[in-house]
Design a protein around this ligand. Structure first.
Ligand code: FAD
Ligand code: MLT
Ligand code: ZN
Length: 487
């Protein structure tokens, strides 16, 4: 077992729980007066209006903030942070509040700094495909903006209707297109960030190549609001593919699914844009709670394959050759293909809406694990055996192409005994196979103390030093990402 539970603030029995409140100042009338002058009509203190910003998307973490600030400009963010830093006030940056690890809501009374009004496109260059926009732009709005100009965003995820690009960058969100377009660490070209003391770091480059010194933007990508507030993003966007096909297939075993993946990579090559899966338990929940229809015969596993290319005839030919191969070799038991937008959307819903279907089951314990791809479903099966009747559902879905499993376990309500049976078991299992305990969702509040399962203590200590340098008072998203023994 890694040197995890040493010197933690949270109870060793539940390292995901909130630690004691740190000695930050409280919001006073004088502080409120400052914010009201700076942000007239955009300093929210009405408890009813604050409610949804205090609770996370999963409804599993709830803070008690009394102030929500809605700046429109970088200069306003800078003034907010300067004021908070001078008075030792803690701040929780918030985008679309779709995060799944309890990072986007306050733990106690941190001031919520929302990017919801920072929603302007700054520039778009239709030769290079580089988009520069404010951090609060909703991902789906950016996608629509780009599609009108024959481009697309390099990332797509089920939360696109609510999540902000600043939140995506802060979590280094992966999503459904990573297999094709890579991580945000590659497609984000520049960032503008406000540091904890209010300094503005203008690294909003729009260059593909720039080796002048350290690449500072990488520090803020995936740092979950603990090192700075991202106020603007420039990102490289691919051309909109002329032809898109989606295939929804059934497989009788995970082994066959993996073999299908091998064929798929070999035969579809450069036009493959997604290879996703869900198991039969996910399908049952989609049918039960969202009334979605399974378009093919029932199977233990389902695959969503997307191709995106520039020549419809060529792409369809390739896809059909691949389908013929996997059907005749009985790797795939049944399947359907869509080329038309409405049907493509319907097939994608079967994968994208699993997260939503799970919420109808009660309480969801979510795990987002990277493993060697051939091991990913072993964890689900092992967990089913390990938990027996304790769990209502143990389901698996995720991004096969990225070796990323979403293991989700539900119970009718929060169940500490079930949690104790899952953690640290799931992290020990992952660490044994040299996996990551957070492939794409981040650590937030819930997973901060488990970081040692995926990172050596020297690396975590260095993270602590970077945090101390950039945010010496620790006011930015306290209690998140770093373990409690590092402040
Ligand atoms: P929030 O939830 O508001 O914040 C997330 C974190 O970033 C918090 O720590 C917050 O403090 C910080 N933050 C937000 N904005 C800023 C900023 N401007 N500057 C500094 N810090 C900031 N994730 C994936 O990786 N892949 C998926 O496929 C995926 N699918 C999802 C599907 C659903 C239905 C849901 C609900 C969530 C999904 N997520 C996925 C998780 C989530 O991480 C992403 O939705 C998204 O990246 C979060 O963006 P947001 O704007 O909602 O950020
Ligand atoms: C997904 O891939 O669907 C998301 O990461 C959300 C989830 O894990 O439920
Ligand atoms: Zn995911």
């Amino acid at each position: 077992m890694p040197d995890l539970i040493r010197g933690l603030g949270a109870s060793p029995a539940n390292p995901g729980a909130a630690p004691p409140r740190l000695p930050f100042s409280r919001v006073t009338q004088e502080v409120l007066a400052f914010f009201r002058t700076l942000l007239p009509g955009r300093t929210i203190t009405d408890p009813d209006l604050l409610k949804s910003s205090n609770v996370d998307w999963l409804k599993t973490v709830e803070g008690n903030s009394e102030v929500l600030l809605r700046p429109k400009t970088t200069e306003e963010v800078s003034q907010i942070l300067r004021h908070c830093s001078e008075r030792n006030l803690a701040v929780c940056p918030q985008g679309g509040n779709t995060g799944l690890v309890g990072g986007s809501v306050p733990v106690f009374d941190e001031i919520i700094l929302s990017t919801s009004l920072m929603n302007q496109v700054i520039t778009f260059d239709n030769i290079s495909g580089i988009l520069t926009c404010q951090a609060g732009c909703v991902l789906e709005n950016l996608s629509n903006y780009l599609e009108e100009r024959d481009f697309i965003m390099p990332l797509d995820l089920g939360a696109k209707g609510s999540c902000h690009i600043g939140g995506n960058v802060s979590t280094n969100a992966g999503g459904l297109r990573l297999l094709r377009y890579g991580s945000l660490r590659g497609t984000v070209l520049g960032l503008e960030v406000v540091l904890a003391d209010g300094r503005i770091l203008k690294c909003l480059a729009t260059l593909r190549k720039d080796n002048t010194g350290y690449d500072l933007k990488q520090l803020f990508i995936g740092s979950e609001g603990t090192l700075g507030v991202i106020t603007a993003v420039s990102i490289l966007c691919p051309r909109k593919p002329k032809a898109v096909n989606v295939a929804f297939l059934g497989c009788s075993s995970f082994q066959q699914l993996l073999e299908t993946f091998q064929y798929c990579r070999g035969m579809l090559g450069e036009i493959l844009s997604a290879f996703e899966f869900l198991d039969a338990s996910c399908m049952s929940l989609l049918e039960k709670h969202l009334k979605l229809t399974n378009p093919i015969t029932e199977s233990p596993f389902y695959i969503v394959i997307e191709t995106a290319g520039s020549n419809a005839t060529h792409d369809e030919e390739k896809l059909h050759q691949f389908l013929e191969e996997v059907m005749t070799s009985s790797l795939v038991t049944d399947g359907t293909v869509a080329t038309e937008a409405t049907k493509i959307k319907a097939l994608w819903s079967l994968r994208e809406r699993v997260t939503e279907a799970l919420t109808h089951e009660g309480y969801t314990y979510k795990y987002d694990i990277s493993l060697p791809v051939e091991k990913i479903y072993d964890l689900v099966q092992d967990m089913r055996g390990h938990l027996g009747d304790m769990a209502k559902n143990v389901v698996g879905y995720g991004h096969v192409g990225d070796g990323n499993l979403h293991l989700n376990i539900t119970s009718p309500s929060k169940d500490p005994a079930l949690l104790a049976a899952i953690e640290p078991y799931v992290y020990e299992w992952t660490s044994e196979w040299k996996g990551s305990i957070s492939a794409e969702h981040g650590l937030g509040l819930k997973k901060r103390n488990y970081i040692y399962y995926s990172k050596p203590s020297e690396a975590v200590a260095l993270m602590g030093s970077i945090k101390a340098m950039l945010d010496p008072k620790g006011i930015l998203n306290p209690y998140k990402t770093l373990p409690d023994n590092i402040h």
